[in-house]
Design a protein around this ligand. Structure first.
Ligand code: AMP
Length: 463
């Protein structure tokens, strides 16, 4: 089955061919024809399945195929709205929109917090056909009267489960109320919790349900391995593995921002170029780190779960769980970074005695036992007793604010990121977090394109 047989416009086929896509992935085979007919869709698909093209290609086709509805005078309206939980994902989805739509006369824009709102306001004065946004900043624009959503024809909720986890439900409902009733709705989610089902029920009309095999069930292109090691020797083992095996483009996960910073610094001292990427970094620093990682200048990127969401890098060869995530599903998300769209990948976990229970929980979720391999010279000391693992104090995102052990969180945030009943906080936890991140100075607001920037990082320094 080819992309051409799905009935996509020639301009889109040309762009896809240039990207080297030979054939549609399973999610694309199902989603593209459905979206082209104008149907609502509820799709179970994780990052790495090709879901972005699954909704972007048919949206581009539909928008280029049909004239704008309604009055033709004045500025053309926003016709497609794609909501994502994080700014990284928004930037990457919009980059895909640009790549796939490069031969079409459609304009796109990203809109997210953490950067100055003014360039976005300016950008909105010219044509935007496809808007990719995070909910908090989008509502800021609506409040300021700089954004009109009354002529949106297609709505996408990407990674809807994450959006709910991050406490965006209230914002999503507010946004839905701003859209015309007559529209096409596409909901993508890696999991189908009761909350997602409830959201879908209120949102979707006669949706087509599609679900591609979860990566955890079919991750045969990902070699997964556990290295048992002592808590205090993880960093040495990681440096050893990277050097010994000559690993490049290594994405390393830590549980906390502080841990990410510390590990990146230590690796750098070990002669391995590494940077941390997490919510406390300025947008500029994140974009730079990502660009260097993509073009291979940077050997190791250390990330927290939320920062890594949606990092879209083709054929990422190595994912390392420096610490196991508290939530088993995050393990699946993490290893979904590698072995994408058929490419081979390797996901290794450095597991110390404290993490035995977490490992058991993960193996239960992925329904298989992970092979263990002890690296000579790094044999775990059987006399070391387990210590309790630092629990997250900040919502579901695993950003683990502050130093391990501080246990301190900002006040007024519910666990799991959901706004608590009563009180009616204006900002749910996730959005509040975004606002908090908005302290950073302005960086480029739109048109994120980190490919090929390749700015070299002066050595021994961290952003
Ligand atoms: P996604 O699941 O949307 O994050 O996409 C995962 C990766 O697969 C991205 O790097 C895409 O560029 C790539 N991709 C998407 N569709 C295809 C395809 N049909 N063939 C090859 N690669 C693809």
């Amino acid at each position: 089955m080819s992309f051409a047989s799905l009935g996509l416009a020639d301009e889109i086929l040309r762009a896809v061919a240039e990207l080297g896509y030979d054939q549609p992935t399973p999610i694309q085979l199902q989603a593209i024809p459905a979206v082209l007919t104008g149907r609502d869709l509820m799709a179970g698909a994780q990052t790495g399945t090709g879901k972005t093209a699954g909704f972007t290609l048919p949206i581009l086709h539909r928008l280029s195929d049909k004239a704008v509805k309604g009055p033709s005078a004045g500025r053309p309206p926003v016709r497609a709205l794609i909501l994502t939980p994080t700014r990284e994902l928004a930037a990457q989805v919009e980059e895909s929109v640009q790549n796939y739509g490069k031969y079409l006369k459609l304009e796109s824009m990203t809109m997210f917090g953490g950067v100055s709102i003014n360039p976005q306001i300016k950008r909105l004065k010219s044509r935007v056909d496809i808007l990719v946004a995070t909910p908090g900043r989008l509502l800021d624009h609506v409040q300021q009267g700089t954004l009109d959503l009354s002529r949106v024809e297609i709505l996408v909720l990407d990674e809807a489960d994450r959006m709910l986890d991050m406490g965006f439900i209230r914002d999503i409902k507010k946004i839905l109320a701003l859209l015309p009733k007559q529209r096409q709705n596409l909901l993508f989610s890696a999991t189908f919790s009761d909350d997602i089902k409830a959201l879908a029920e209120g949102l979707l009309h006669d949706p087509l349900l599609i679900e591609v095999a979860r990566r955890n069930a079919t991750a045969d292109t990902i070699a997964q391995k556990v290295y048992p090691v002592d808590r205090e020797r993880k960093r040495q083992l990681l440096a050893h593995l990277i050097k010994e095996n000559n690993w490049f483009q290594v994405l390393v996960f830590t549980r906390t921002k502080h841990g990410a910073n510390r590990l990146a610094e230590q690796l750098d001292k070990d002669g391995i170029s590494a940077l941390a990427i997490h919510g406390n970094k300025s947008q500029g620093a994140r974009t730079r780190a990502l660009a260097e990682f993509k073009d291979g200048t940077l050997q190791v990127l250390v990330a927290t779960d939320i920062a890594a969401r949606g990092i879209d890098i083709d054929q990422l060869p190595h994912v390392v769980n420096y610490e196991l995530p508290n939530v088993p599903e995050d393990y699946v998300h993490r290893i979904g970074r590698t072995g994408r769209a058929g490419a081979e990948g390797e996901a290794v976990s450095l597991v110390c005695v404290d993490e035995k229970k977490l490992l058991a929980d993960i193996e239960k979720v992925i329904k298989r036992e992970l092979p263990r391999e002890i690296v000579p010279g790094f044999e775990p000391d059987p006399s070391i007793k387990p210590e309790p693992i630092q629990q997250r104090s900040q919502g579901r995102q695993g950003q683990g604010q502050g130093r391990p052990g501080s246990g301190g969180g900002r006040q007024g945030q519910g666990r799991q990121g959901e706004p608590k009943a009563g009180g009616q906080p204006r900002q749910p936890a996730g959005q509040d977090k975004q606002k908090q991140q908005a302290r950073q100075p302005a960086a480029q607001a739109g048109n994120h394109n980190s490919r090929g920037q390749g700015a070299r990082r002066p050595t021994g320094r961290h952003h």
